[in-house]
Design a protein around this ligand. Structure first.
Ligand code: FUL
Length: 487
């Protein structure tokens, strides 16, 4: 109670002191409001919640790749039942360096590998179960997929993360909660101590019933402690509390995407009841409005990650070789994820050879090329100057003479909070301002696409902001039309 009072006084001081002093006071990752604050004070303070260093480093990656590979690759399933014979796992031409080079050339900065999916088959020779690569014929039982991928990532200087499914349909102990939690912690410990730096740990929330009808209670807080202590640089995603699942698997971000939100993963009863009181979940449309903040007790920096597969399934199926997403679909996903204050996590599932299939590799090559052509020519003359914008402030940017533009990029310096609530972009064309685009949130990055225009200059106006916003960059580009023959 007394602490709450002292904290309240500090917050009030923060709210009443001058701008310069305020600018140095931030809350990393989490802020619990004392009861004495008004609704407007809560909204204002939400503008001072900032990412941790590891969350900021993660956000800057922008493009990350998922690799779903394992027993399902060989059985054709999406969810194995855990009774699969390890003898089925036998890639004929396994090549982790091919995965890394294909993805890196396409612009991806991290690879997250399914070290264990729901079927429980481990892609490394774990001490915790015999259901692993060690029991397979691949490399005579001497192979280790996790090692080969982590070494390839190291060699090409790309980050590496692991997906470790808590739901395990093979483990004997699953459903016997303390015993299984011990096993899961051992598996995490092996992965986080034997393979160098791990930059993301992806914890899926699926929780099926054990064969004996028992329900497994995951000990999330214990998992969090193990990850934080063994790999302090790793973000914990999805059921982890550093990175939030966007709420769909179709590559669709939100038009209004706040990284500051009361939503926290449901790791215990008190979080569950608080999310229920606020009527929020990962799939809710509103995760950060003023109205929601007014009702909230605690806010988090919990940014969105958009996971989607390049094919219909998460795992490789030969019948989907001709269903690889088109270039225009992938570019649309890029606008909706990276362009909407999110990180894209694109799944590319290797085939039974253990290679990224030629169709996926070709599409990724086109994707990388398209994005480099799009962003290589900066068409604004002075878009990199930081600008402190109050509500109603405008700024004009000269466009290089005679250049056609159809894409605008906006970035806030999120190390100073996410603040912009609404903005417009206009172009000076034929001696008058014409509307080009408008939006709500900006956050780390916002991309806006519109019809071709040749303006002399553009004008960005911040119509609503929760405090002085720090606009880090404004850019303008020309996105070439997407030919249908590339689809
Ligand atoms: C889901 C899983 O059930 C899918 O198989 C896939 O791994 C996806 C990324 O997460 O929850």
């Amino acid at each position: 109670m007394r602490n709450n009072f002292v904290f309240g006084i500090l917050l009030l001081l923060l709210l009443t002191t001058s701008c310069n002093q305020r600018a140095n006071t931030y809350f990393e990752k989490k802020l619990t409001f004392p009861d004495i604050l008004t609704s407007d004070q809560k909204v204002k303070l939400s503008a001072y919640i900032v990412p941790t260093q590891r969350q900021y480093a993660w956000q800057q990656l922008e493009l990350t790749a998922f690799i779903h590979f394992g027993m399902n690759t060989f059985t054709g399933k999406e969810w194995g039942d855990g009774n699969e014979d390890p003898a089925l796992f036998n890639p004929t031409d396994f090549n982790a360096e091919q995965w890394v080079t294909v993805l890196q050339q396409a612009g991806f900065k991290m690879i997250i590998l399914t070290a264990k999916h729901h079927d429980g088959f481990c892609l490394w020779p774990t001490q915790t179960t015999s259901h692993s690569v060690a029991a397979s014929p691949w490399r005579n039982g001497q192979g280790d997929v996790v090692r080969e991928v982590s070494e390839a990532c190291n060699k090409y200087d790309i980050k590496f993360g692991v997906y470790l499914s808590p739901w395990d349909r093979n483990a004997q102990s699953y459903g016997d909660s303390p015993r299984y939690n011990d096993m899961f912690v051992k598996q995490l410990t092996e992965l986080l101590t034997q393979y160098g730096a791990i930059d993301e740990v992806w914890l899926d929330g699926a929780n099926g019933e054990a064969p004996n009808g028992k329900k497994q209670e995951y000990d999330w807080e214990r998992y969090y402690n193990v990850i934080d202590s063994l790999q302090p640089g790793a973000v914990k995603a999805n059921m982890g509390d550093d990175v939030r699942w966007v709420g769909n698997e179709n590559g669709l971000g939100r038009e209004t995407e706040w990284s500051v939100t009361p939503l926290y993963p449901e790791i215990n009863e008190s979080v569950r009841s608080e999310n229920e009181r606020l009527n929020i979940s990962h799939t809710a449309e509103d995760l950060g409005s003023r109205e929601l903040i007014k009702e909230s007790k605690t806010l988090y920096w919990n940014p969105s990650e958009v996971d989607v597969s390049i094919r219909p399934g998460w795992f490789y199926h030969p019948e989907e070789d001709d269903k690889v997403k088109s270039l225009s679909q992938l570019i649309e996903i890029y606008y909706q994820s990276v362009g909407m204050n999110s990180v894209l996590l694109l799944n590319v599932p290797p085939d039974t050879r253990g290679r990224i299939h030629e169709h996926d590799a070709e599409r990724l090559r086109q994707f990388g090329n398209y994005l480099s052509i799009l962003f290589e020519n900066e068409l604004l003359i002075d878009g990199e100057m930081e600008w402190k914008a109050r509500t109603g402030a405008s700024r004009e940017y000269m466009v290089r003479k005679g250049e056609t533009i159809n894409t605008v990029l906006l970035q806030e310096d999120i190390r100073k909070g996410q603040r912009v609530e609404s903005f417009t972009v206009e172009g000076w064309i034929n001696e008058e301002w014409s509307s080009l685009a408008e939006g709500t949130t900006i956050g780390y990055k916002r991309l806006l696409h519109f019809g071709d225009v040749v303006p002399e200059k553009i004008r960005v106006t911040i119509h609503g902001t929760r405090d002085i916003s720090h606009i880090l960059k404004v850019g303008a580009y020309y996105a070439p039309p997407l030919a249908t023959d590339q689809e």
